[in-house]
Write a protein that binds this ligand. Sequence first.
Ligand code: KG4
Length: 340
Amino acid sequence: MADIILGIESSCDDTSAAVIADGVLLSNVIASQQVHKDFGGVVPELASRAHEQNIVPVVSEAIRKAGIEAKDLTAIAFTRGPGLLGSLLVGTSFAKALSLSLDIPMVMVNHLQGHILASFIRQPDVPVREPSFPYLCLLVSGGNSQIVKVVSPTEYEILGQTIDDAVGEAFDKCSKMLGLGYPGGPVIDRLAQSGDPQRFHFAKPNIPGLDYSFSGVKTSLLYFVRDQMALDPHFLENNKEDLCASFQKTLIDILLQKLIRAARETRIREIAIGGGVSANSGLRDRMVAEGIKRHWNTYLPERKFTTDNAAMIAVAGWFQYKAGVRTPLDVAPVSRMADF
Ligand code: KG4
C-alpha cells in the first residue's frame, strides 16, 4: 500500500495543503493572502485570521483534487516552524484535530527542511531528476540565506549563513525604498530583465568564511539613490530598470561567490537551490551558467515550488515518516529556528 501523506503549510501568509503518494504529488493547493498588499508587509494578526478562514477549504480541495478520501491518508505532515506563531498555530492545531479524528500519525516538519528538499517533489509524467547525497543547497528566502550541506534527507550541516539581513529581505526592503512595492523580489526581478546589470556598482561585503551579509549593499543602494536624487529628482524614475538589474546582480554575485567556495572546499558538485528567492530569473540563469562552467549537477526546483507550498512539507514529512519519526499530540509550534 502506498504511503499517502497530507502536507499542511501555514508558516507565513500562504495557506497550503498537498497530497503525495509514495513521494509523487497528487495535489498542491495554495491560498495566497492578498490582505497584506496595502500594508507593505505581512501583518501577523491578519495572517492568522486568513489561515483560520482558509484551512478547511484548502485541505478539502487538496484531498478532492488528489482523487482520494480523507480515510485513505497514512499520515499528516505539518510545518512546526520557524514562522509567525499565530499562523503556525492554525496549521498545527488543524493537523492535531485531523490526526485524532482519522487516528493516523502526525509528522512535524521544519519549514526550511521543506525548502531544502523541494528538489525531491516528484510530479506524475515529469522525468525524475534529484540530487544525490551529500549535496549543497543554497537556501535563500525572506528569512534565511544559508549554504547547507544536506547529508541525508534528515541530516543537515549549515556551512554558512547571513549575519544580518536575509537576501529576500534585501530585495523587499530595497524595493520598498525605491517605491516599487511588496514583495520586492518579483518586482525587482521583472524590472531587472530590461535593465543593464553593469551600469551601477554597489559595495560588496567582506565577511570571512562562508557567511553572508546583505545589510551593507542595501545601505550602499540607499546612499547612492539619495545622492543621485539630490542632483536629478527624476533619477529614480528614469533609471529604475538599470538600478534593479545592477542591484540584483550584486546580490547574485555575493551569493555565488560563497557557494562556489563551499563547493570547492567540500568537493561537492551536486548543487541545489531552494526558498522564495530561488524563483529569481537572474539567479537561476547564473546557477545554470556556473554549473556548466564548474561541472556541477545543478538542481532548480520548478518556480511554483520555490515559494511557500505544502508539497515540499509533504515530501519532507514523508522522508521523516519513512525514518520512523512520529510527533506527539502535545507538540507546540516554534517561531524561531533556534527553538526547533
Ligand atoms: O520562501 P518564501 O516564500 O518565504 C519565506 O521567507 O519563508 O520567500 C519569500 C521571499 C521574499 O523576500 C520575496 O521577495 C522573495 O522570496 N522572492 C523573490 C522572487 N520571488 C519571491 N526574490 C527575488 N526574485 C524573485 N522572483
